[in-house]
Design a protein around this ligand. Structure first.
Ligand SMILES: [Cu+2]
Length: 162
C-alpha cells in the first residue's frame, strides 16, 4: 500500500486551496458588486441648524442609502447646501426643512449654511461622509465563495472514492 506522508500533506494543502481560492474570489466579486450596486437602506437624521453650526456636524451614510434630513432652526433663518449633491434649502426660525436624496456618490461633501445668518455665517459648515459600503457585499461574497468551495470539494472527493 503506497501511502507516503508527502502526498497527504499536499492533499491537505490542496483541500485548503479548494476552500480558500473560491472564498477569496467571492470577496473580490462581493467588493466589486458593492461598488456597483450597494445595498440601500433608509437613513434619517435630525439636524439642528443654529448660529453658527450644524448638529450633528458630520453625517455618515453608506453609498446607495436613501437619506432624509429633518433640519430645524431654534434661532434665525439658515440654509442647507450640500456640495456635489445639488441640495439647497431654507429653514426658517422654529420651522422644519426636510431634504431627501440618495447618497449615490462616495466621498466627503461639505455642508454649508446658504443663508447669511450672522457674523460667523461663513464658518457654519459640516460634512456629509458617504462610505463606499464594501463590508456587507464582501462578506456575502466570501460566504458564497466558501459554499462553492465546499460543493467543489465534495464533488471531487465523491468522484475519487468508490
Ligand atoms: Cu446659518
Amino acid at each position: 500500500m503506497p501511502t507516503p506522508p508527502v502526498r497527504t500533506r499536499w492533499h491537505r494543502l490542496r483541500t485548503n486551496l479548494v476552500f480558500l481560492a473560491p472564498a477569496l474570489l467571492g470577496i473580490a466579486v462581493g467588493v466589486g458588486w458593492g461598488w456597483a450596486s450597494p445595498m440601500p437602506s433608509k437613513r434619517s437624521f435630525d439636524v439642528t441648524a443654529r448660529q453658527f453650526a450644524f448638529e450633528p456636524g458630520i453625517l455618515r451614510v453608506n453609498r446607495g442609502d436613501r437619506v432624509e434630513l429633518r433640519v430645524r432652526s431654534p434661532d434665525v433663518t439658515h440654509g442647507l447646501y450640500i456640495d456635489g449633491y445639488g441640495v439647497d434649502g431654507k429653514v426658517t426660525p422654529h420651522g422644519e426643512l426636510v431634504v431627501r436624496f440618495t447618497a449615490d456618490r462616495p466621498g466627503r461633501f461639505a455642508l454649508r449654511c446658504s443663508r447669511t445668518c450672522g457674523v460667523f455665517h461663513p464658518f457654519m459648515t459640516g460634512q456629509l461622509v458617504v462610505e463606499p459600503n464594501l463590508l456587507f457585499p464582501g462578506s456575502v461574497g466570501a460566504a458564497a465563495g466558501a459554499a462553492i468551495g465546499a460543493v467543489v470539494y465534495a464533488a471531487r472527493t465523491g468522484r475519487r472514492e468508490p
